[in-house]
Ligand binder design. Sequence first.
Ligand code: RAM
Length: 337
Amino acid sequence: MKKVLALVLAALLVLTVGSAMAEAKAGDGLYIGVVYKQSGNPYFQASINGFQKAADELGFTFDHDGPDDGSNDGQIRIIENFINQGVDALIISANDPAGLVNVCNEARDAGIKVVSFDAPVAPEGRDADVEPASFQQVGDILLESIAKSVNYEGQIAILSASATMGNQQYWCAAIEKTLAENEAYANLEYVGTVFGDDVYDKSFTECEALINQYPDLKGIIVPTTNGAPAVAKCIQDHGMSTKVTGLTLASDMKEYLDAGICDETFLWNPIDLGYVASYAAVALINGDITGEVGDSFTAGDKGEITVAAGDDGGNTIFLGELNTFNTETVGEWVDIL
Ligand code: RAM
């Protein structure tokens, strides 16, 4: 009888362990620290939904934080705090790609995987980087958009977030490169780039200074979700016919698309960006990828993604296409972004 009982118990144990194993998720027990550029930025709040979705699917837990002032030092303090808490990975949108290399390498020396997303950490300080599309592609889309809006003629400017942020820096450089090289833009006069620090009020006053200095300004490219609504509002308040395009949330820009200040604006889905960055981090932690070009992994419902060569000299995981918001499409997005 004892033997039968032992056999039954053993069988039960196998069944229990078996079903527990079937339920085990790739991220069970893992803890991830997410660091974004600044607190209170709705773009990063949207990306948190992507981290949450991946956490539900993979089983990891995460915390997120960003400095109030959007500074490099603030990000360093947050990263050090996460290192002390013993995170398994850091996922970071960097205010300064070079400024985070030392602290990220401290983390990597402690066995923590470092993934940048949105705005890269310099290649020497990261294991992987996740971007919506190449910086050149994004720059070219924005340039063609403003060119179309102003009939390929007249003065244009850029209102960026900051000169140190890698994504902003590379998009602006891409725009300047194509402007200089492509004959289609020969009649556009680029008057320069100003910076609104990814802050609404500063972007508004910088826009005012720009239109005072260049009263004939035909178009402004604004590759920042915080800056774009401020610039559109500034143009509207001043009754100017200057056209605005940029990288924007749909909910911020609907009124300016409807008012004709913008013909179109663009953005990838920041929720997907957080989601794919999470899958990349878990794949790195579990040793499924090392981050080399050609490595591939399955990013949940986004399918298989292969690591490619990025245009900042490092390796990059690309999300794919940008969405276009115009009067016809923006309505589909306003409740999401
Ligand atoms: C701002 C930030 C972010 C950028 C978006 C488009 O929210 O600068 O890094 O990707 O705009």
